[in-house]
Design a protein around this ligand. Structure first.
Ligand code: MG
Length: 380
């Protein structure tokens, strides 16, 4: 068993707020908060963050009130990320910031939305959702008097830009350099990236079962699930399914988090980074053990084949694709359909403006906007 770590015991290899590489626009110190606490607070107060409540991945918002949304997903990532960060002597505030911001660039209707926008934008620079998250915090949020975006620290921006094509990275300045140079981000970013994987694998199991699209017995195909399910059944043979599922999932999350912390600790001991720049120069340090990595991948494959490709999910995805494509074509063929606040930018950069507008929509806003444009009996 791992001991709980005390608060504020930052290791040398952690991101120290006092040593931040700073913000794009200089600002007075964030006192009494740390720079990363200020980053987190700006995210919580952003419009894009509130939109996460009505954006989904597997299940569209109106399919049920209890399925995960991008907002609850981000909170679960933050919870897991903070646990790992504290246990490893990393900066919890930065891990939380990255977790809460990591999906801000997500389109409506999850992956199908991002694939569709990428197709529509092929001749105009493409669409990558991680890059879009960075665009949201760097440019698209417009709330502050003195700068565009949220003016977050380098470390938060570095963590938000989880993946990026080299072509796009070359145009991003400091935050893109690592993709060209083949370096890693902070450990806080690395940990949060894996916390994301732990969160979605587990909550998609839960949502998949709740929806009835996959069953407990089917899930036994995934060894990590079978092992934990059997363990709970042995201990509590009379448990009802709802509690059985939750007990199984919470034990799986615990196994994954504990393994991640232990393996990362081993890697740190092996490479002995003496600061955040040494972390960036090392191979990836945050990792699962080989055995758990394989089990986690097997669970992911199971979900891909049985849940994400379930015919009912595919049908909804197809409807979402069609709806978003029709919106994109409508706005780019006639920019006067755009609400007035987008017109000025549309005049100089039509496709990117439409792409940003659509990417920012929630599931239900996209559905409503489509009705307003295509349904003659709907008010425009
Ligand atoms: Mg995520």
């Amino acid at each position: 068993m791992l001991d709980p770590a005390p608060v504020s015991s930052l290791a040398a290899y952690a991101a120290h707020a006092s040593l931040t590489r700073g913000r794009r626009h200089a600002e007075p110190a964030a006192t009494p908060r740390s720079e990363f606490q200020r980053d987190r607070d700006r995210i919580v107060h952003s419009t894009a963050f509130r939109r996460l409540e009505y954006k989904t991945q597997v299940f569209v918002n109106h399919e049920g009130d209890l399925f995960r949304t991008r907002l609850t997903h981000s909170l679960e990532v933050a919870q897991i990320g903070r646990t790992c960060a504290r246990s490893l002597g990393l900066n919890e505030d930065l891990a939380e910031t990255i977790a809460l911001a990591h999906d801000l660039g997500h389109t409506p209707f999850g992956h199908v939305g991002q694939d569709l926008l990428n197709e529509c934008m092929q001749e105009h620079g493409g669409f990558e959702h991680n890059l879009q998250s960075l665009r949201v915090v760097d440019e698209l949020e417009q709330k502050y008097a003195e700068f565009e975006g949220l003016n977050l620290t380098f470390e938060a921006r570095e963590g938000i830009l989880k993946h990026c094509s080299v072509k796009n990275a070359q145009q991003l300045g400091d935050v893109g350099e690592r993709f060209v140079a083949g370096r890693q981000p902070s450990l806080e970013a690395q940990i949060t990236n894996l916390a994301d994987e732990i969160a979605y694998n587990n909550h998609d199991v839960d949502d998949g079962l709740r929806s009835g699209l996959i069953t407990l017995e089917q899930l036994r195909e995934a060894a990590i699930f079978a092992r934990h399910l059997d363990g709970v059944r042995r201990l509590y043979p009379d448990l009802n399914d709802r509690r059985l599922i939750h007990e199984t999932i919470r034990r799986m999350i615990n196994t994954l988090v504990t393994d991640l912390i232990e393996e990362t600790r081993r890697n740190i001991a092996l490479h002995r980074p003496d600061g955040i720049d040494a972390v960036r120069a090392c191979p990836p340090l945050a990792a699962f053990s080989a055995e758990i990595r394989e089990e986690s991948l097997a669970l992911k494959r199971f979900l891909f084949q049985n849940l994400y490709r379930h015919y009912r999910v595919v049908r909804m995805s197809e409807k979402a694709r069609r709806l978003l494509r029709e919106l994109f074509v409508a706005f780019t063929s006639n920019p006067r359909l755009l609400p007035p606040e987008h017109r000025e930018r549309a005049a100089s950069d039509l496709h990117r403006t439409v792409c940003d507008y659509i990417a920012g929509m929630t599931d239900r806003y996209a559905i409503r906007e489509h009705r307003r444009i295509f349904d003659i009996e709907e008010l425009a």
